[in-house]
Write a protein that binds this ligand. Structure first.
Ligand SMILES: CC(C)(COP(=O)(O)OP(=O)(O)OC[C@H]1O[C@@H](n2cnc3c(N)ncnc32)[C@H](O)[C@@H]1OP(=O)(O)O)[C@@H](O)C(=O)NCCC(=O)NCCS
Length: 299
């Protein structure tokens, strides 16, 4: 805990997740700022173990400004990049415009420098906030096309509910041993992010394909349209095996990551999104082919 004459009523704390009151203060800040509830993460195995939350608390224990950094190794263009990531960046309205976010951003950058990360990544709807620190937006692409032929429908998938202990065990084991879903850009593990993201998008379904030993995250929002969101497996099965395993009957398919391991031909289109994925590194990164990070890795 430290103080600063610029903010005499505030106390700076880092690595505070072991304190339940401080965790609750972060949950409240993110609920008030973004309308998201991070608390279910406690039932899903907790925050990423590498998390380094950096925050300013007032005298009542309210968290008024925060930015969290964590290690997020990602594969980019076939190579594992030791990346760090920023998340949970927010300042309460009454404290904005006083340099608190600049302060936690600098502290987070210092922590990343000490970890010797090769790159730092983040998502934001305010790219201008991060450009002065050397972050650059990386455009993302989805893939889509007509439904490929899948061998005779042999639906044998089982639904998974992360809030059921047995299913959570299976999911966590699969996340621990997963291979990146793509060689273009994909997380190596990021289990906590995958698990909390299952709670944020009610349309995403999880299915277990026992033969392929694969967890499939998918949606079917519009009649006749199938969206593949992520695959968690030691070996990524081809799209045709996923479709027949799920027993999907659709006319069109979209994939929310590069399908380089799926054995299928689909067309890339720029992702329409109000958030931008940004990366900061010594040498600029460009993807060898259009791609995006699966939304199950959103952080
Ligand atoms: C964006 C936010 C974190 C800024 O917090 P803040 O404490 O007011 O920021 P600071 O006073 O430390 O200002 C830091 C710098 O960011 C700039 N800045 C502030 N808000 C900005 C915005 N909306 N867009 C672009 N730049 C912004 C400031 O001009 C300042 O620039 P400087 O370092 O060149 O002087 C705060 O408004 C917030 O919590 N907003 C809602 C949640 C959010 O957008 N989180 C971050 C996006 S992931």
């Amino acid at each position: 805990m430290t103080t600063d004459p610029r903010y005499p009523s505030l106390t700076f704390r880092q690595a505070y997740f072991d304190d339940p009151a401080a965790w609750a203060a972060l949950v409240s800040l993110l609920q008030d700022t973004f309308g998201i509830d991070l608390d279910p993460l406690r039932r899903l195995g907790g925050a990423d173990p590498t998390s380094m939350p950096l925050g300013w608390f007032d005298e009542d224990g309210t968290l008024v400004a925060n930015l969290s950094a964590f290690a997020m190794p990602i594969v980019i263009n076939g190579r594992v990049v030791r990346a760090g990531a920023f998340q949970s960046g927010a300042v309460r309205p009454e404290w904005r415009g006083r340099g608190l976010y600049r302060d936690v951003t600098r502290k987070a950058l210092d922590w990343c420098a000490a970890q010797q990360f090769e790159a730092i990544v983040l998502y934001t709807d305010k790219p201008k906030l991060y450009e002065p620190y050397g972050f650059r937006a990386l455009p993302f692409y989805t893939y889509s096309g007509p439904m490929p032929d899948a061998p005779g429908s042999a639906a044998r998938a089982r639904s998974l509910d992360p809030m059921v202990a047995e299913d959570l065990d299976l999911l966590r084991q699969a996340l621990l041993t997963r291979t990146p879903v793509s060689d273009m850009i994909a997380v190596c593990e990021s289990a906590a992010m995958f698990l909390i993201n299952t709670q944020f998008d009610p349309d995403v379904r999880l299915s277990w394909l026992a033969n392929e030993r694969a967890v499939i995250a998918w949606k079917s929002e519009a009649e006749g349209h199938f969206t593949l969101v992520d695959v968690v497996a030691e070996t990524i099965p081809p799209l045709s095996a996923i479709l027949s395993g799920l027993g999907i009957e659709a006319t069109s398919v979209a994939v929310l990551f590069s399908p380089d391991k799926l054995g299928c031909e689909l067309l890339a289109q720029p992702l329409q999104s109000y958030t931008h994925f940004m990366i900061r590194s010594e040498t600029p990164f460009a993807l060898d082919a259009p791609a995006m990070l699966s939304p199950m890795a959103d952080f």
